[in-house]
Design a protein around this ligand. Structure first.
Ligand code: ISL
Length: 542
């Protein structure tokens, strides 16, 4: 397997609007990111992924772009972005940007022109279709955020297509002018010196020909991985990416390892890595047998041929310690355990802001407290069916994207030190206990544990290039595996349950170094008894 800088990277995701507000308007900003770069650097990460900060009506928190060449006022301005990039580079880190090109905002001038008339030269930049004979939508597809992918436009009496909200019309990638315009925009940012892209739902660009009705509209998997997608990505690589030394990670829902390799195979000349969603989209809470099965299948499918990612939360997915761990009695232990998985399983690790201090999800009492368009649309859809409001709210809470979007908890001052103003979304009330200041003052904090995890990744190549040999695969509570590369060998042992359990596997750890451990060191590390959410990482070097 070829060794590359980006394979050895650890990425920190900054959801800037919830990171650090320097203007007092209650919304984080790019200047706020600049001011916290030393903090990010101190964790040991190499790459920062910044969520979209382009001009946008902000219906979907920046994923509805109205001008790809301008910075939205809330985030700052171009000069501040350039300074951010310079400051990131000065600290020897890299910056990747979100590329959102499946759709634009309905306020983008291209769409405004496109909808102005059937004969407009930009009509074909988006996807327009006539109604069915009875006047209904062209097919029965569901979008991510609404019951139909089609929105009727009175003026021109056609429907336009949107995979997400009504305000996010999909671009027509079949049109070469659209593709050329997007490639120009990518060059604009790459020429500024950015180090790559996280590509939003990049496998959705190609659509199923003729848009037929489907038997199970609620699966929405027909939105992605359609014929033609690899032609677009190969063209993008040829036209743009191959001319820069950059890192690309595609957001690719509904993908199998076999199909994943078509996107990121080392011989494919498309993307470097991908996010698949077999864990975060499909597993509501930790389902250990399934989690093991997913890790094994992706390892077997990709090892030596393509690079995967490891993440258990991001701005769309509830904080991992709440969803996959225990955010109560074992919050610290289980945050460290889950972090260990992210940094020791094969794939590039992602840390989502606040994860390194074990931030948790939220449980706001009222729908008014929630902001996420996906959740609000779903809430309205269900309530309009006549369902009980309180019941719908309870049902949607656990997976609401707002769980991960509450402000970063810096200290125990008002609003967690995030803003002097009124935060755009409520701060998690637990900020007085869980915050960066507290983590800095506690030598056993999750933060310092993450620092160790990341520094070991830099020191031992086995974490990047090692193989993966799971053991005790049928065990209901233990997840354990070896990794090996050249003269380095690791054993990761975890108890993923709230009960004590016994590690019943014969392995001589006497010659090993205990690299990491999430319980007090006084514990007997050779004991086969594992405490709730205990994790140990052993290392052999020869
Ligand atoms: O959020 C999800 C589930 O609750 C995901 O399915 C998510 O919608 C999907 O992964 C696509 O996400 C990306 O594109 C969206 C944007 O809203 C998300 O924030 C972004 O990460 C549309 O651009």
């Amino acid at each position: 397997m070829e060794q590359k800088w980006w394979k050895e990277a650890v990425v920190y995701q900054v959801y800037w609007r919830s990171f650090n507000d320097t203007t007092g308007n209650g919304i984080g900003d790019l200047q706020g990111v600049i001011e916290k770069l030393d903090y990010i650097k101190s964790l040991g990460v190499d790459v920062i992924w910044v969520n979209p900060f382009f001009e946008s009506p902000d219906k979907d928190n920046g994923y509805d772009i109205s001008n790809y060449y301008a910075v939205m006022d809330k985030a700052g301005d171009m000069e501040t972005f350039e300074r951010l990039l310079e400051e990131v580079h000065r600290r020897d880190m890299k910056l990747i940007m979100d590329l959102v090109v499946n759709h634009t905002s309905d306020q983008h001038p291209w769409f405004k022109e496109s909808r102005s008339s059937i004969d407009d030269p930009k009509r074909d930049w988006y996807i327009w279709k006539d109604p069915k004979e009875d006047g209904s939508a062209p097919n029965n597809w569901r979008s991510y955020f609404t019951p139909s992918t089609w929105e009727y436009d009175e003026k021109t009496q056609q429907y336009y297509f949107h995979s997400f909200a009504i305000e996010q019309p999909d671009l027509n990638w079949e049109n070469p002018e659209v593709r050329e315009e997007i490639y120009n925009m990518m060059r604009f940012w790459l020429d500024k010196g950015i180090d790559g892209f996280r590509m939003d739902v990049i496998n959705l660009l190609a659509k199923v020909k003729d848009y037929p009705d489907v038997d199970e509209p609620e699966t929405i998997n027909y939105l992605g991985n359609n014929p033609g997608i690899h032609n677009y990505l190969k063209e993008m690589y040829r036209e743009v990416l191959q001319h820069y030394d950059v890192f690309t990670v595609g957001e690719i829902p509904f993908v199998t390892p076999e199909d994943g390799l078509l996107y990121v195979g080392e011989d494919r000349q498309e993307l470097n890595t991908l996010f698949h969603f077999e864990v975060c989209d499909d597993m509501v809470q930790m389902d250990l047998p399934r989690f093991k099965e997913i890790q094994k299948r992706w390892y077997e499918g990709m090892f030596g041929r393509g690079t995967n990612s490891q993440f258990l939360n991001n701005h769309d997915h509830t904080r991992m310690v709440t969803r996959f761990g225990n955010d109560n009695e074992y919050r610290e232990e289980s945050a460290k355990l889950l972090g260990t998985l992210i940094h020791t399983l094969p794939g590039i690790p992602y840390v989502f802001q606040g994860e390194e201090i074990g931030m948790t999800g939220i449980d706001f009492p009222s729908i008014e407290d929630y902001q996420d368009i996906a959740m609000l649309n779903k809430y309205n859809e269900e309530v309009e069916k006549g369902r009980d409001e309180a019941e719908v709210l309870e049902e949607l809470k656990l997976l609401s994207r707002d769980n991960s979007r509450t402000p970063m908890q810096w200290d125990d001052s008002e609003n967690a030190g995030f803003t002097t103003g009124n935060p755009w979304i409520k701060v998690n009330p637990n900020y007085s206990d869980i915050n960066v200041r507290q983590a800095m003052d506690d030598k056993n904090s999750i933060f310092y544990y993450y620092q160790d995890l990341i520094s070991f990744r830099k020191r031992y190549k086995v974490l990047t290039y090692g193989d993966y040999q799971p053991i005790l695969e049928e065990h209901p509570a233990i997840y354990s595996y070896f990794r090996e590369f050249e003269d380095e060998k690791l054993l990761i042992v975890t108890n993923m349950s709230d009960e004590e359990t016994v590690f019943d596997y014969s392995v001589d750890t006497s010659g090993a170094e205990l690299l990491l451990h999430n319980y007090a060191v006084e514990n007997d590390i050779s004991s086969s008894h594992l405490k709730p959410h205990e994790v140990r990482v052993y290392l052999w070097t020869s």
